[in-house]
Ligand binder design. Structure first.
Ligand SMILES: C[S@@+](CC[C@H](N)C(=O)[O-])C[C@H]1O[C@@H](n2cnc3c(N)ncnc32)[C@H](O)[C@@H]1O
Length: 239
């Protein structure tokens, strides 16, 4: 079974790709059920931050079914690219882009966050929603984002986090360990995928700890904005 801290390069990346391929069909539905649709609000928060930056060339890494890329597509004169290692997640995103007639401003490509094909200093904005905790090598993925970001460009990351308040943390862990497996068993063929998603959310560094990692790879300024009692966090890092 896939483990959050698995180190073997090919196996973790391949397993993550296969896992998201296997849940691509139900991913949007379960994302809505598991976050009570809060994920949409957080993704709108990203859009509002992004709009102020007036990007012209944006990249959404680990774009999955492309919610964030599609949101960014509403920014005037902004070209958006989404990349992901799961072709099936991208296919769901491509259908949404076609239906919404956004193909001129938003395009999706297969790509690995840890080894991207783009030139140095290429994008003025990069976003990553619920993606970084799946990277095989977190620092490699963040360093790659830094490389392709223009000087003074911004990286906006949305990721699950663990509430700091001990009582909320306790209630949150009871909730995630009961509600999410029940929902996964009803709506998904692949329960183990949701066990991995829960384990990886608990194991992943968050808040100041993740902020320090962003600074350690070379980002200058890092803002940390916890959402919904700290169950998710938006990080804004500047090159
Ligand atoms: C939880 S989904 C998030 C999808 C979308 N960004 C969202 O917010 O709903 C995580 C995505 O990260 C992708 N992913 C994991 N590791 C990746 C990597 N190294 N490079 C690119 N995408 C990756 C997975 O294929 C999956 O689509």
């Amino acid at each position: 079974m896939l483990k959050p801290n698995q180190k073997s390069e090919s196996s973790k990346k391949n397993q993550v790709e296969r896992m998201f391929d296997s849940i691509s069909f139900e991913y949007d539905l379960l994302n809505g059920i598991m976050t009570f649709n809060n994920h949409k609000r957080w993704k709108k928060n990203i859009l509002n931050i992004a709009k102020k930056l007036k990007p012209k060339n944006a990249l959404d890494i680990a774009t999955g079914t492309a919610d964030i890329a599609i949101n960014l597509g509403s920014i005037p004169d902004c070209t958006v690219t989404g990349v992901d290692i799961s072709e099936k997640m991208l296919n769901v995103g491509r259908e949404k882009i076609t239906k919404m007639k956004l193909s001129e401003s938003v395009s999706l490509e297969t790509g690995d966050a840890e080894n991207l094909k783009y030139e140095n200093d290429y994008f003025d904005l990069i976003t990553i929603g619920f993606g970084v905790r799946n990277f095989q090598d977190l620092k490699k993925g963040l360093t790659e984002s830094l490389r392709i970001l223009k000087p003074e460009g911004s990286l906006i990351i949305l990721e699950t986090s663990v509430p700091e308040n001990r009582i909320i943390k306790f209630l949150y862990s009871i909730f995630t360990r009961t509600y999410i497996p029940i929902m996964a068993s009803i709506f998904s063929k692949d329960r183990s995928a949701y066990n991995y998603l829960l384990d990886s959310a608990e194991a992943f560094p968050c808040g100041e700890a993740f902020g320090k990692i962003l600074k350690s790879v070379g980002f200058n300024k890092v803002e940390i904005n916890p959402k919904f009692f700290g169950s998710s966090t938006i990080y804004i890092a500047t090159k």
